[in-house]
Design a protein around this ligand. Structure first.
Ligand SMILES: NC(=O)c1ccc[n+]([C@@H]2O[C@H](COP(=O)([O-])OP(=O)(O)OC[C@H]3O[C@@H](n4cnc5c(N)ncnc54)[C@H](O)[C@@H]3O)[C@@H](O)[C@H]2O)c1
Ligand SMILES: Nc1nccc2c1ncn2C[C@@H](O)[C@@H](O)C(=O)O
Length: 484
């Protein structure tokens, strides 16, 4: 039957979600401009987009923009805790539907998925009804892209990659998914890989994986690195986290941040916004870094820069923002202050050694409320019993404990996503397999679309000045090497 398939928490939340989507549209001028500009031509007609990106109110506006441009879409979240159930419900029901007769977009996402459910959802967006497949991926962190690649490799070799070697951050679960798929449909991922025209990747960690696959020569289709549009990473990663980090800490713990010692591990775009977020609340912020340039930036921004080991005994709040793995070990957690807060705002949970924590001898977990756990270490030689408060089980806590970044800053990121989807879908001949960034004139166009709402009045370059700078009056105004 042609009844739409989907799996969300509660369709009765759709009206609440719709109301917030309508408010969000007012805060997302870039996306609404995309609907104005491209809604008639429908450049994405024929696109079957598999979206793996936090299923929030902001993402709902992105999804409905892609549909307005002609795309068919199936959506999953890229994190087990980041779905907002009312947003998922509203997208399934759609602007014209009802919970009894949903007319929207298939969504497979709910807050609090198990890992098995997460990877089941990821598979649902790749397989389309009537034995067809997605032909575009919109990814955040690269899990959908990874599954297609691991599946294709498994089908080529006839066996799923050994869980120990699989690069995915949830090896065992992915291994089981691949085993089952090999048994049931041994050509499935190869067919999907052939069908996919390209992927547009949202975030730093997902982009890292794309460059890895490019270097290994295993990348199956072209990719646009949306993260490195200036109007994405210098806004979402920075000002988005400035807004949503303290939001997550407040909703999780209501702890006073002023006067406390807060440690931010990593001073890249996210770390900069996160440190500013905590300083804004009157915390004494300390930064850890491995990169001398970012460390120097942090020092000149007035932060103490030292090693995590040096500050474990004074830190009240520790936040990882590195995009790296193994940043906080269980031994370091054991040495943290009693009731100190530990959270991660990086994409994956591997920044904090959650596996080591869960298996620490005699450790006790008490859930305060969803995504807030008190982990108590037993007394040991020379150490009293002590506890730490871990947010979102080490997964990105601004989306696990709060609602992520606000609409206006996500409008910048998602306008880049829409432009990137149009680029790859309508000009495949310009995108042989490789990893690309959007041209600067589009980056500047995204910024232009967001100035009016903030009352910005730009100054016009004279022809003479433009000649002096060697730029066009209409832009681009900077070289590709320029660092903003
Ligand atoms: N939660 C969110 O809403 C959100 C938003 C954007 C990006 N992200 C994610 O946040 C992470 C960081 O993103 P970014 O754009 O800031 O990356 P980035 O590369 O700009 O910054 C990461 C910084 O961490 C430093 N670093 C690496 N390993 C370290 C270690 N062991 N100790 C201390 N510092 C270390 C690096 O030198 C770098 O300066 C990525 O996983 C990204 O995908 C999350
Ligand atoms: N409200 C929101 N909706 C969707 C995604 C959201 C978000 N807040 C943060 N991300 C994550 C993004 O910052 C993503 O671009 C990333 O880089 O992780």
């Amino acid at each position: 039957d042609n009844k739409m398939d989907f799996k969300v928490a509660d369709l009765s939340l759709a009206d609440y979600g719709r109301t917030e989507i309508t408010l969000a549209e007012h805060e997302m001028p870039g996306l609404m401009a995309m609907r104005e500009r491209y809604g008639a031509d429908k450049p994405l007609a024929g696109a079957r987009i598999a979206g793996s990106l936090h299923m929030t109110i902001q993402t709902a506006v992105l999804i409905e923009t892609l549909v307005a441009l002609g795309a068919e879409v199936r959506w999953a979240s890229c994190n087990i805790f980041s779905t907002q159930d009312h947003a998922a419900a509203a997208v399934v029901v759609g602007p014209q539907g009802t919970p009894e007769d949903p007319q929207g977009v298939p969504v497979f996402a709910w807050k609090g998925e198990s890992l098995e459910e997460y990877w089941w959802c990821t598979q649902q967006i790749l397989d389309w009804p009537g034995d067809t497949f997605a032909n575009m991926i919109l990814d955040d962190g690269g899990d959908a892209t990874l599954l297609v690649h691991l599946g294709t490799e498994a089908e080529k070799s006839g066996q799923a990659p050994d869980p120990v070697t699989a690069k995915s951050h949830e090896q065992k679960v992915v291994f089981d998914v691949l085993q089952a798929s090999l048994a049931a449909t041994p050509e499935r991922f190869t067919k999907i890989g052939n069908e996919i025209r390209g992927v547009t990747e949202e975030t730093t960690t997902g982009v890292l994986r794309l460059y890895d696959m490019m270097r290994e020569g295993t990348l199956l289709f072209p990719a646009i690195n949306v993260n490195d549009s200036v109007t994405k990473s210098k806004f979402d990663n920075k000002y988005g986290c400035r807004h949503s980090l303290v939001d997550g800490i407040n909703r999780a713990t209501d702890v006073l941040i002023g006067g406390k010692v807060a440690v931010v591990c990593g001073y890249g775009d996210v770390g900069k916004g996160s440190a500013d977020s905590l300083r804004g609340q009157g915390a004494r912020v300390i930064v850890t870094e491995i990169d001398p340039i970012c460390a120097l930036q942090a020092a000149m921004d007035g932060y103490q820069v030292t090693t995590l080991d040096d500050v474990l005994d004074v830190a009240d709040i520790i936040i990882t923002a590195t995009g790296n793995k193994d940043v906080v070990s269980v031994d370091q957690m054991r040495r943290m202050k009693h009731n100190a807060i530990l959270g991660n705002i990086g994409h994956f949970d591997n920044e904090i050694d959650m596996a080591g924590l869960e298996t620490f001898p005699g450790v006790h977990r008490k859930t305060v409320k969803p995504q807030v756990d008190v982990w108590t270490f037993p007394a040991a030689e020379g150490r009293e019993e002590s506890a730490i408060i871990v947010l979102s089980e080490g997964r990105l806590m601004n989306l696990g404990n709060a609602t992520g970044h606000p609409s206006f800053v996500m409008s910048n990121s998602f306008t880049n996503q829409v432009l990137a989807q149009i680029e790859i879908f309508t000009k495949p001949e310009e995108y042989p397999v490789g990893v690309y960034v959007l041209p600067k004139h589009l980056d500047e166009e995204v910024a232009r679309l967001h100035l009016g709402a903030l009352g910005v009045k730009l100054t016009e370059l004279s022809g003479d000045q433009a000649a002096y700078l060697g730029v066009d009056v209409a832009g681009p105004y900077k070289s590709d090497q320029y660092r903003y």
